[in-house]
Write a protein that binds this ligand. Structure first.
Ligand SMILES: Cc1cc2nc3c(=O)[nH]c(=O)nc-3n(C[C@H](O)[C@H](O)[C@H](O)COP(=O)(O)OP(=O)(O)OC[C@H]3O[C@@H](n4cnc5c(N)ncnc54)[C@H](O)[C@@H]3O)c2cc1C
Ligand code: SF4
Length: 301
């Protein structure tokens, strides 16, 4: 396998030598390297994009622009002048270990693959191109409760749920994409979970400034674990009602970050959940965390 370092962003799109022709972007490498090692990803060439990705946190009127190469540590420790919303800073702080946060970029985090152990161990499950989802008849306690008719993997990114609730927009090398459109449930025709095209690079993320926001995370141990359920709640005005000024998004409950539906100010949609036998507990957990998160961002606190 070859390693190529980009000297300019223009090189990323330059035909044969560019990204997307059997090549793969490498940022912090905390996800790419283990997946290549385990044979879950294949590439002729690794294209190191770290030197050309924007890596600043720049406040603007009404929000903050985050370079795709910014690390989770840099977001976690951004000073108040940088105006990174609390939900995003907290989601970064609660992600992974300090070593991984030092290397891992925000773009790489958004594009990480599922942690489903059947897929990670190389089983021929539906997501890997096989016939069926092995979690349905196997262990399913870390799996999804929504959107899981084909694949029941639980989206692992804490920052993605925060950015979804915050209504962020991703700027790529080809277009602007609301974060809600970056992700898609996999189908029989396309088993990927993002809308990015081959060779398309995330360059920046624009995050509107909320009135208040928070991120809460339930884990099976106190640190360094993926979310059983993560809840991001964001208030953009004076109302404390979900669906009015409050948006809530979840990690760990669906194959993609999940926006919670609302009715008359309450979080709803849990009646439509389709948990596997092991994952039903996540519904109660999510509801309890949503209540706490709403209280934490309430105008009246
Ligand atoms: C042990 C462990 C625990 C973890 N725990 C958590 C956790 O609790 N919560 C959580 O949210 N995350 C967690 N993570 C995920 C971690 O945050 C990511 O691995 C990291 O952020 C990925 O960033 P990276 O720069 O290393 O990505 P890379 O490994 O370099 O890349 C990841 C993917 O993104 C692509 N890519 C990278 N940059 C770009 C770009 N700019 N444009 C287009 N494609 C790009 C790569 O081609 C690759 O497909 C954990 C990871 C590990 C290994
Ligand atoms: S949840 Fe998805 S990744 Fe896991 S076994 Fe089922 S199809 Fe495969």
């Amino acid at each position: 396998m070859k390693l190529r370092r980009l000297s300019s962003l223009a090189d990323a799109e330059s035909g044969e030598a560019g990204l997307g022709n059997g090549s793969l972007a490498l940022a912090g490498g905390t996800e790419v390297v283990p997946l290549l090692r385990d044979g879950l990803l294949a590439a002729d060439t690794l294209v190191d994009v770290r030197g050309v990705l924007p890596r600043e946190i720049t406040p603007y009127d009404g929000g903050v622009r985050i370079g795709a190469g910014t690390t989770l540590t840099e977001l976690e420790h951004a000073d108040t002048a940088a105006r990174v919303p609390d939900a995003l800073r907290e989601a970064c702080r609660l992600s992974a270990s300090p070593q991984i946060r030092n290397m891992g970029t925000i773009a790489g985090n958004l594009l990480q693959a599922t942690r489903c152990w059947y897929w990670r161990l190389g089983h021929d499950c539906w997501l890997a191109g096989g016939e069926k989802c092995l979690a349905r008849d196997g262990r399913s306690d870390e799996h999804a409760v929504f959107g899981n008719s084909r694949c029941a993997s639980a989206h692992p990114s804490d920052p993605a749920a925060a950015l979804l609730a915050l209504g962020a927009t991703v700027r790529t090398s080809r277009r602007d994409l609301p974060i809600a459109d970056l992700y898609r449930l996999p189908t029989d025709d396309d088993r990927t979970v993002t809308a990015l095209e081959p060779g398309e690079l995330i360059l920046e993320i624009d995050v509107p400034r909320p009135a208040a926001s928070t991120y809460l995370k339930a884990m099976d141990r106190k640190r360094y674990a993926f979310a059983l359920v993560g809840v991001a709640a964001v208030r953009s005005g004076e109302s404390d009602e979900v669906g009015e000024d409050v948006r809530v998004a979840l990690a760990g409950v669906a194959p993609v970050p999940w926006l919670v539906e609302s009715h008359n100010g309450d979080a709803v949609g849990f009646g439509d959940a389709t948990p596997l036998p092991g994952s039903a507990y996540k519904i109660e957990l999510a509801q309890a965390l949503i209540r706490r998160a709403k209280d934490a961002i309430s105008e009246t606190v």
